[in-house]
Design a binder for this molecule. Structure first.
Ligand SMILES: NC(=O)c1ccc[n+]([C@@H]2O[C@H](COP(=O)([O-])OP(=O)(O)OC[C@H]3O[C@@H](n4cnc5c(N)ncnc54)[C@H](O)[C@@H]3O)[C@@H](O)[C@H]2O)c1
Length: 344
């Protein structure tokens, strides 16, 4: 990859006020690299300006509140940029089942708007499109490779696939230096409390129960957010344009086992579990083969036990961060969207 010698790299981190994006900004600053970071974020329900408060006033840090679908905003945000990392997206599967259109808008049209502007940027070295393992659909045995069939099973996953394939087409057609990542389920500090792990931790802090879909037999491959950020940063330098890289935590776990691990860390027992009706089209298992990324020198540093311990500690120490968000949660997405009917 070409680097302008001696020049600070200008990053544009879209969706940088969200969970993974804000951890990525922290990772950039903590890695010691001399960078300028511009965040573009619409601050939707999951975007939180507090996630960026540590960087306010830091040399070369800028925040722009705006929409990646807005051409004028994107044109301004893209000026002088060397590296784009696009985290901005509508993300939650349950919300996509309820309102697919907003997902098509941000996860496809938003990506298109960024790519169109990226084409005009002479100094652009890399455009990382953050996709997801959900584009593969689910797998009952074995693991997905980057060449596996793509069969998204919910509107969120289908929209993400639209966005990443569009990004690929801009590489082939216009030479935009696109690299695509497909990561497994992330967890760690600053995840919006509607997500399963922070939802469970904060419910348990309050002495409440945790809603487990169906019988909790679905399997997810958990990736600690810091490991994900290291992978993305490595791909800025070592990724090959036009290529896709799986980023899996190699920590497969049934939801019920994950729940029990959390209960144990927090000193709770089975009485804290409430089984709720399963989600329609619920993917049964995700599993990624990340050998392609590992060949570049990356491997996860966190196993699930260590990562969960750190995550629980963070939520225990940062109640002032999550309490107001928790109070404002939409009950449809945090109490078992598909009804209160227990299956057990
Ligand atoms: N969380 C996971 O487990 C996971 C796994 C694999 C991939 N991903 C991908 O990683 C990315 C980040 O996910 P996250 O979990 O941090 O989500 P998040 O919801 O915490 O963050 C998304 C951010 O994007 C912003 N945003 C949404 N629409 C926007 C728009 N139109 N314009 C500008 N900003 C907008 C939001 O305000 C928010 O700050 C997404 O692209 C997601 O598909 C997430």
């Amino acid at each position: 990859m070409n680097r302008n010698m001696g020049k600070k790299r200008q990053y544009l981190v879209t969706g940088g006020a969200g969970f993974i994006g804000s951890n990525f900004v922290r990772h950039l600053y903590e890695s010691g690299e001399d960078v300028n970071v511009r965040v573009l974020d619409k601050l939707t329900y999951s975007g939180n300006i507090l996630n960026l408060k540590d960087f306010e006033g830091q040399d070369g840090f800028e925040f722009i509140k705006g929409d990646i679908c807005d051409e004028a905003v994107v044109a301004g945000a893209m000026k002088g940029v060397n590296v784009v990392v696009n985290f901005a997206a509508e993300v939650a599967v349950d919300r996509s089942i309820d309102d697919p259109k907003s997902f098509l808008r941000t996860d496809i049209i938003g990506v298109y708007t960024l790519l169109q502007e990226a084409r005009q940027q002479p100094g652009l070295e890399r455009f990382i499109q953050i996709s997801t393992d959900e584009v593969y659909g689910h797998i009952l045995e074995g693991s997905f490779h980057e060449t596996s069939e793509l069969k998204p099973r919910n509107p969120y996953a289908a929209s993400k696939l639209g966005g990443e394939r569009l990004a690929y087409s801009f590489f082939e057609t216009y030479g935009v230096p696109v690299v695509i990542t497909r990561a497994s389920n992330n967890y760690g500090p600053q995840a919006y409390p509607e997500k399963v792990i922070p939802l469970f931790i904060t419910n348990l802090v309050d002495g409440g129960q945790v809603p487990v879909f169906g019988e909790g037999r679905q399997i997810r491959d958990w990736l600690y957010v810091e490991d994900h950020c290291r992978a993305i940063r490595m791909l800025v330098d070592k990724g090959v344009n036009g290529e896709v890289y799986n980023v899996g935590g190699s920590q497969e776990c049934e939801n019920i086992a994950l729940t029990r691990q959390l209960l144990a860390i927090m000193g709770k027992d089975e009485r804290s579990i409430r089984f709720v009706q399963d989600r329609p089209g619920h993917d049964m298992r995700y599993s990624l083969d990340s050998a392609k990324l590992q060949e570049l020198g990356w491997k996860p540093r966190y196993d699930l036990e260590k990562g969960l311990q750190k995550t629980v500690e963070w939520y225990l120490q940062n109640e002032a961060w999550w309490r107001p968000l928790k109070q404002a949660l939409d009950p449809r997405y945090s109490k078992g969207f598909w009804g209160e009917k227990g299956v057990k």
